[in-house]
Design a protein around this ligand. Sequence first.
Ligand SMILES: [Zn+2]
Length: 431
Amino acid sequence: MGVKPTSLTIRAYGVGFGDCFLLTFHYDGQTGDRHMLIDCGTTQRPPNARGNLLDAVVKDIAAVVGQQLHVLVATHRHADHINGFATRPDGKGPGDRIAALNPALVIQPWTEKLDAPKDWKGPATGALHDGILTTSLESMRRVVEASLDEADSLPASLRDEVQFVGDDGLSNSSAVRNLARMGKKGRAAYVRFGSRVPTAKLLPGVRISVLGPPTVRQKADLAKQKSTNREEYWHFHSFWQLRSDTARLTRGGTDLFPGAATYRPGDYPPESRWFIGRVNRVRGNQLLRLVRAMDDALNNTSVILLIHAGDKRLLFPGDAKWESWEYALGKAGAALKKVDVYKVGHHGSLNATPKSLWKLFAKRSELATDQRLWTLLSTRSNSKHGHPARQTEVPRDTLLTALRESTLLRSTQELEPSGDLVMKVELRLAP
Ligand SMILES: [Zn+2]
């Protein structure tokens, strides 16, 4: 009774574009160290990274953790948060090493409950539509897959962007399965706003509030977002129709434009070449909008955790965007005021740290006081997300400036010149 951690070490791994944080709570006496891993993934390694980055990261985690990882959190299923949990057939993948640490509790968003029946009514306070949303997420994954197939025929710059954004939502099946397996072996918690997570024995004296994602009933906008995507999905259906028509045409059929001449790629009449480029660009921009919409929807399934340890409160929101924040802010605004450490949402993008959240943080200060808000940013310089010209670059310059001016900012960008693997933040925890 009454055992409490006395200090906390946060390790932010230099994964480039991605997140990987290891929290180690230190206790006096026999409790020893307790470890909590929040995400592990990357989609764009840092400039001077050496060797196999994720292998190195996970080896370092294993060396710190030793026998047992007490809590593992996978905030959402994007590759830049979970591809470090992927296994390999030879059993030496990063995810194999994590599984060997026997995570006692695996926390994921409720949308990841893979074996939920299709008409699942959601977790305890669940809603009629939750099952439908999980099914939609799966359909969305398939649409992204199809978009990536289609991207090959786009102009290079658009192709790269579609592939970069799209890849994030894919190629995680090994990691997804491994997370489900680890949850079954230990204990799994598929959480929503307000869920209680059973951490009392694993992390004595640490309390965790789950502030997201909301269920569909909790936040009707999530359903609205879903219907937006459904709208996109319909665009996509017509797009597919067009594609199969094109396929028929290239096979020599002429049913779309009977009697029209057909040309092989590269053999188009000179007077039409300008048009082909434009059509491809339009189609590319549509595909990009589509994969971005999918990307945002998945970000909004992020688990948002507010961790209370000693006199400190730490906020780890994954990549949650506005639709999810709005609910958390409405329901838990008072608790969010007192945050001491904020893991900056979505690698510092312009739309994951809502201004109303930012203004709430009472410990923002331009003066370097003891109480000053810490901010932890996991990101990469020159990331492939967004463009400075459109003021959508990640991390967003204006946000970085605000973080530098009124918080104690630690960014994994600091690791870029040296190519070092990890940076540490040490916090004393007063009772
Ligand atoms: Zn991310």
